[in-house]
Design a protein around this ligand. Structure first.
Ligand SMILES: NC(=O)c1ccc[n+]([C@@H]2O[C@H](COP(=O)([O-])OP(=O)(O)OC[C@H]3O[C@@H](n4cnc5c(N)ncnc54)[C@H](OP(=O)(O)O)[C@@H]3O)[C@@H](O)[C@H]2O)c1
Length: 301
């Protein structure tokens, strides 16, 4: 079975390529230089080149703040490209698994996690362009799974874990926003879930379609996440610097971010039997890879 992964050099794409796929599955992950997914002709040619059974799109314009001033580029990749992919996969009767974001929500839900059918209300160019991409997939190919995720981290590329590790080595204290709540998510855990969904869609005409949420279990603030990263690094020999919380108002950014972007994975569990593990366990795996194993004489929490 041939599987086409788009965005294969990104955080999630890298983990999809590294995954132990079952025998008989061939993963093809052309980079941006080989396949520009905003080019409809190139996408059609790629789909014609092999007998693909499913497409997983992880490619996106993910620079949330930069997108505020780079509107056309963000919409080309996050809205136009999904429309091209939805049309091309529908044309060839291939299911499409498309990754989206918690930033489609306003974040004003007073408590609790967002369910997939809660009303969206993006507050940023990135969020709006991703919401448009969702609509394009939903209307363009009925055999789709839109998988919203959040706060994605991994040993690859730039992400919050790597930034906190770098800053904790350079500074005597960190200041991090402590009034935005969300669900840290391992790119590796997300990739494993995407692979399960993709294989089901490729092989089972009755596999559930629609919009799902996939994040690691539990929630925290950026500050709580930073504290866990610094503590985990310290258990592995890193510097145990203090982490001080500040309100969002003290750290202005070009893009508005949701105050609460917790996502409920209940419908993912019901549809696909997937129950992601706690974010702390996923973080430990990433720190093992980035920093090293827990130092001798220091016990895990
Ligand atoms: N990162 C997060 O915290 C987060 C949170 C919520 C949702 N998400 C969603 O999760 C998905 C994966 O995110 P990620 O963190 O893995 O993203 P990422 O690391 O930024 O990777 C994005 C990939 O898209 C590729 N790409 C860019 N333009 C392209 C084009 N025209 N044609 C083909 N490929 C192109 C990039 O190629 P290059 O390698 O050449 O740059 C890169 O490999 C995205 O849908 C994102 O919106 C991410």
């Amino acid at each position: 079975m041939d599987v086409l992964v788009l965005g294969g050099a990104g955080q999630v794409g890298t983990e999809l390529r590294a995954l132990a796929w079952p025998a008989g599955v061939s993963v093809h992950a052309p980079g941006r230089a080989e396949l520009d997914i905003t080019d409809a002709r190139a996408v059609a040619a790629e789909l014609a080149a092999r007998d693909y059974r499913v497409v997983i799109n992880t490619a996106a314009y993910t620079a949330v703040d930069k997108a505020e001033a780079d509107v056309v580029a963000a919409w080309r990749l996050n809205a136009l490209a999904p429309a091209i992919l939805a049309a091309a996969t529908a044309e060839t009767s291939i299911p499409l698994v498309h990754v989206s974001t918690d930033y489609v929500f306003a974040g004003s839900k007073p408590d609790g996690a967002y369910a997939p059918d809660d009303p969206i209300d993006p507050q940023s160019v990135y969020g709006a362009s991703k919401a448009a991409g969702e609509l394009a997939v939903r209307t363009g190919n009925p055999r789709h799974a839109i998988v919203r995720t959040a706060w994605v981290v991994s040993p690859h590329r730039g992400n919050f874990v790597k930034t906190m590790l770098r800053l904790s080595a350079e500074r005597d204290a960190l200041t991090v926003v402590d009034d935005q709540y969300g669900c840290p998510t391992s790119a590796a855990d997300l990739a494993a879930a995407l692979a399960t969904i993709a294989r089901r869609l490729a092989t089972d005409a009755d596999a559930p379609t629609g919009t799902f949420h996939c994040v690691n279990a539990g929630a925290t603030t950026w500050c709580g996440f930073a504290e866990a990263i610094v503590a985990g690094s310290a258990r592995r020999g890193g510097r145990p610097v203090p982490v001080n919380g500040i309100p969002t108002s003290a750290y202005p950014t070009p893009a508005r971010r949701p105050a609460n972007s917790r996502l409920s994975t209940d419908s993912l569990t019901a549809a696909y039997g997937l129950a992601p593990r706690p974010w702390q366990a996923a973080l430990d795996d990433i720190l093992d890879r980035l920093v090293g194993p827990v130092s001798e004489g220091v016990s895990k929490p």
